[in-house]
Design a protein around this ligand. Structure first.
Ligand SMILES: Nc1ncnc2c1ncn2[C@@H]1O[C@H](COP(=O)(O)OP(=O)(O)OP(=O)(O)O)[C@@H](O)[C@H]1O
Ligand SMILES: [Mg+2]
Length: 387
């Protein structure tokens, strides 16, 4: 057996960021960091730039990053040029340079450019060829009690990590739905126009529901593998959506045809409502705390957090097993609300998952047990120093 992490049979390969460069990103005017492949701990005062650094890394995956911010907001205030994030990623096939950003004269939200090994690519989805980046941030603490839309996005991001075509599927569906809504409310859509939109909407809708249902099947299987005495309790996840529920029982072609008909027959209702009232954009992710047999939303703050951590870790394990690449984890303020036992258990699970984890906190002492297993950095006023 060699100690090369990439040839450790059966384990997902470790993919790690060895170099990170930021320019005009949030409170970073410019930053250049060299990193080893072990975990990274970032500590510093409130407002130092810890979450910003994780956010920059999150933009090395498709989507709007862990804050879902506009590109105008992530660009450093008063910067003369647009923002840029560059990283070198070590993969089993060698080093890959990835980068993203806005050129200085690009209007704020017309989209960011993504470059891989110096070549501009047409879609950020191509970043998924090299790494998977998953995160848990304090803003997600309200996931179980907040709006269904947040849970749907969370669900679709989980799907995206194992099925890179999912992002485009969801975007295309939403685009088609917006066109349908416009045609209905402006009352200028002929039946033929609406037919031409509803047919692909039904196709995409079924593909979305099927991908979500498959994720649910896989993640529930993974959660089952959590030990019964895990400090992160087992979650029972269920999709609340008509298509998602029918897809497992009936033939996909029948469900698709039924959805197409429902869209057709619901035109007057949707015209009156001003929006499409049926479809995968209405689905919800229902989570229950198994040991307590309680809906997650009715659990205590700490119980919800433990449940969410268990879900994220199970998803990270699933992603590693299915893709063969251990995901890079961005865990913002992860240790703050955990007691010592749970903290130690969390660090052990992270270690076992095999990916590089970036962890932040205001209190370095909470990470003492990672001494020798992680690299420690001090963040202060948009600067990062070892320590
Ligand atoms: N576009 C921007 N330009 C300049 N500074 C910004 C921009 N956006 C945010 N900031 C500032 O960046 C600073 C650091 O924010 P960040 O969220 O990274 O802090 P943090 O270290 O995670 O703090 P906490 O411990 O409170 O979570 C904040 O003071 C924030 O106001
Ligand atoms: Mg923060």
């Amino acid at each position: 057996m060699t100690d090369d992490p990439f040839t450790d049979a059966g384990k997902p390969a470790r993919v790690s960021i060895s170099r990170l460069k930021l320019a005009n990103f949030r409170n970073y005017e410019s930053l250049s960091l060299r990193l080893g492949s072990s975990h990274i701990v970032l500590t510093g005062e409130n407002g130092a730039g810890k979450t910003n650094l994780l956010e920059a890394i999150s933009l090395l995956s498709p989507g709007r990053g862990l804050r879902r911010a506009t590109y105008t907001d992530v660009t450093r205030a008063n910067a003369l040029d647009g923002f840029a994030v560059h990283a070198t990623i070590e993969t089993p096939e060698g080093s890959v340079d990835v980068g993203t950003g806005l050129a200085g004269n690009t209007p704020g939200d017309s989209g960011r450019r993504v470059r891989i090994n110096g070549v501009t690519v047409s879609s950020a989805d191509e970043l998924l060829d090299y790494s998977r980046i998953l995160w848990l941030v304090p803003a997600m603490d309200g996931l179980f009690t907040g709006p269904a839309g947040d849970r749907r996005r969370f669900l679709d991001r989980m799907v995206l990590a194992i099925d890179p075509a999912h992002g485009k599927r969801v975007l295309d569906y939403e685009k088609a739905m917006r066109s349908r809504n416009r045609l209905l409310t402006e009352d200028r859509g002929s039946d033929a126009w609406l037919d031409a939109i509803e047919t692909p909407m039904a196709e995409l809708g079924i593909a979305i529901a099927a991908a979500r249902a498959e994720l649910m099947r896989l993640i529930n299987g993974m959660i089952e593998r959590l030990p019964d005495d895990s400090p992160f309790p087992k979650a029972d996840c269920l999709l609340d959506g008509e298509l998602e529920q029918r897809i497992g029982i009936e033939a996909a072609t029948d469900v698709e045809e039924a959805f197409r008909r429902a869209l057709h027959d619901g035109r007057n209702r949707d015209r009156a409502a001003g929006r499409t009232l049926e479809g995968p954009h209405r689905a919800d992710l229902l989570v229950r705390h198994r040991p307590k047999s309680m809906p997650a939303a009715l659990c205590s703050t700490g119980e919800q957090k433990a449940l969410l951590i268990g879900l994220i870790l199970s998803h990270a394990r699933l992603t590693g097993e299915l893709t063969g690449i251990a995901p890079i984890l961005l865990l913002d303020e992860i240790a703050a609300h955990l007691d010592e036992g749970r903290r130690a258990a969390l660090f052990d699970i992270i270690e076992e998952l095999g990916g590089q984890a970036f962890m932040t906190g205001t209190d370095k002492a909470l990470f003492d047990s990672l001494e020798g297993r992680a690299q420690f950095f001090k963040v202060s006023h948009g600067e990062v120093e070892p320590g």
